[in-house]
Design a protein around this ligand. Structure first.
Ligand code: MRU
Length: 341
């Protein structure tokens, strides 16, 4: 199984992205050739989703190194790119995982083949994402049944990873293999990744779906017939506490109240085992205008204060299981260790 579109594609010196801020209206491909363009694309969510920003950042390091004329300059440019890209978005640990890998790779450049080495490492990171996503589908599939009605939040499909996706990848795979799935997609205020991206991806894959406002999920669960809730993750601490798109925590609370299983799907590059708990996860705060004037449409009186945390942390005990490419870890008490990640 593969997606009929790709959110990133790299050829020497050019990173082509599918600009996710243009969906669902337009499939716009944009060619990025500089570090500054990659930084802007990550910050503005043109490329987004935890694994994908790691992949894009790795290629961004290559673009920065491309202008060098010798090994010493390539090293300096590469390391500067690593540091600058680290500052683009704070929560998704996959970004730091990929940049640590690129930084290590730069330390080992021996000869004047810096570009070949850096590109090979970036491609390896991208390739691992593809393989991990395929394994996530196999791990997650046994948790679903034919005809399941499920809820998902934010966008966790191929657009978010460059592979098959995480939670949505499992759901798309289950639709193909088990059949009869129906996905309720939370709109995901304030950036509407669910409305703009998840519905578009589900349509691309022919998966029956219904869009709901975020505040409708609880009543849908109370009406009965919801089999499970599926979300991705941006960073998971050793005790299972999981940072994901704002609104995930409330969804998990509602799922627990209604006895609905709540599953997190993420590659092990999303685990941050240095953190004992989610208390140490940095939460990105974005421009309040995304809340008060979404997509430029003013919805509150001028001067209204707005709060815009992009992520929240769901406590591990509210998560029924964490699905990784290496296995399924069941709650309520998680003790994730090296080897799982
Ligand atoms: O701000 P975004 O759109 O990058 O946030 C994305 C999410 O929160 C996804 O749910 C997450 O990255 C997990 S899945 C790939």
């Amino acid at each position: 199984m593969s997606a009929p579109y790709s959110p990133v594609a790299y050829r020497r010196g050019v990173l082509t992205i599918l600009d996710q801020t243009c969906l669902p209206g337009e499939v716009r491909l944009v060619e990025l050739t500089t570090l500054e363009q990659v930084e802007e694309a990550v910050r503005s969510l043109r490329v987004r989703g935890a694994p994908l920003i790691g992949v894009a950042a790795a290629y961004g390091v290559c673009l920065a190194m491309g202008a060098a004329t010798n090994k010493a300059e390539a090293y300096v440019r590469g390391m500067e790119a690593v540091e600058r890209l680290r500052r683009t978005r704070p929560t998704a640990v996959n970004l730091f995982w990929a940049l640590d890998r690129m930084s290590l790779s730069l330390q080992h450049i021996q000869k004047e083949d810096w570009f070949v080495v850096a590109e090979a490492d970036a491609r390896a990171i991208h390739g691992e994402t593809l393989r991990q996503d395929a394994a996530l589908v196999e791990q997650g599939l046994p948790l679903l049944a034919a005809g399941a009605r499920v809820i998902t939040h934010c966008n966790t499909g191929p657009l978010a990873t460059g592979g098959l996706g995480t939670a949505l990848g499992v759901l798309i795979g289950a639709h193909g293999r088990l059949g009869g799935l129906h996905v309720y997609a939370d709109e995901t205020r304030p950036r509407w990744q669910g409305a703009h991206l998840t519905t578009w991806e589900l349509a691309q894959h022919g998966v029956p779906h219904t869009l709901i406002c975020d505040n409708m999920a609880a009543v849908l669960m109370r009406q009965g017939g919801i089999h499970s809730v599926w979300v991705g993750a941006d960073r998971i601490a050793a005790n299972g506490d999981t940072a994901n798109k704002i609104g995930t925590y409330g969804l998990a609370v509602a799922a627990r109240h209604h006895g609905v299983p709540f599953y997190v799907v993420a590659p092990t590059s999303t685990l941050d085992l240095k953190l004992d708990s989610g208390a140490g996860i940095p939460i990105e705060e974005r421009d309040p205008r995304e809340v008060a004037a979404p997509e430029g449409h003013v919805i509150a009186p001028a001067g209204t204060a707005a709060w815009n945390p992009a992520f929240d942390v769901t406590p591990g005990p509210l998560i029924s299981a964490i699905v990784t490419e290496k296995g399924v870890f069941r709650g309520p008490d998680y003790r994730l260790r090296e080897g799982t990640g």
